[in-house]
Design a protein around this ligand. Structure first.
Ligand SMILES: N[C@@H](CCC(=O)N[C@@H](CS)C(=O)NCC(=O)O)C(=O)O
Length: 217
């Protein structure tokens, strides 16, 4: 286990879903860390030199004790495995595979659908002075429903997405669900999934979630 003498640094932004995923892992482990602001949407793009940390120009990036990482899934797994604190991944192969499957679903299908197609169009577009793309929202809703159904079924009668303890899958899902639900279509669809709504309320009450609230929430 690595000592936490030198606090890890997260490079990212408070508004960012993926930055929040990395921060949630650090918060759940009870670790102090620094957040260095990087606004990839600033006019002119990311700051000079940022591509050396994240070659694709996305946030977050991460540094700890000489280790530089990018990709939030790699960061949160590193945080879980390199530091003491409550385990955020199941030890057994089967639940661990289910956790990894959910994280992959969130990255491959849910992020674009819930966040870009629905939240950004319905909530951010008017704030940016443009009309929402109604076709894009309507087209996304069936896939959004599939994403919600997968999460709802994973919770079932339990408290968390994978078994009796919170895992990296919950931390990956929450930032996407929180933004999606700010759109009227998001709140409307969520009301059809009781287990997922109850999970969302449990997540919202956690100090890690409160400490990493997005400015738009
Ligand atoms: N696979 C990356 C995704 C990171 C990502 O897409 N971050 C968003 C902000 S939440 C971003 O940087 N978007 C900038 C863009 O799409 O150009 C990860 O897991 O870190």
């Amino acid at each position: 286990m690595t000592s936490a003498a030198q606090p890890p640094i997260v490079f990212g932004a408070r508004y960012s879903v993926y930055t929040r995923i990395a921060r949630l892992a650090l918060e759940e482990k009870g670790l102090a860390y620094d957040l260095e602001d990087v606004d990839i949407f600033a006019p002119g793009g990311p700051p000079e030199g940022y591509l050396a940390r994240q070659p694709f120009g996305r946030i977050p990036a991460f540094e700890h004790d000489g280790v530089r990482l990018y990709e939030s899934g790699a960061i949160s797994r590193y945080v879980d495995e390199a530091f003491t604190g409550p385990a955020l991944q199941p030890a057994e192969a089967r639940p661990r595979a289910r956790m990894n499957q959910l994280i992959s679903v969130l990255d491959s299908y849910a992020y674009r659908t819930l966040v870009w197609d629905v939240f950004v169009e319905r909530v951010r577009a008017p704030l940016q002075g443009r009309q929402p793309d109604e076709t894009r929202i309507a087209t996304a809703l069936p896939r959004a429903r599939t994403c919600l159904a997968v999460l709802d079924q994973a919770i079932g009668d339990g408290s968390w997405l994978v078994g009796p303890h919170i895992t990296l899958a919950d931390l990956h899902a929450y930032p996407m669900i929180a933004l999606f639900r700010l759109a009227e279509e998001g709140a409307d669809l969520m009301s059809d999934y009781a287990a997922l709504e109850a999970w969302r309320a449990r997540m919202t009450a956690r100090p890690s979630v409160q400490a990493t609230r997005s400015p738009i929430e």
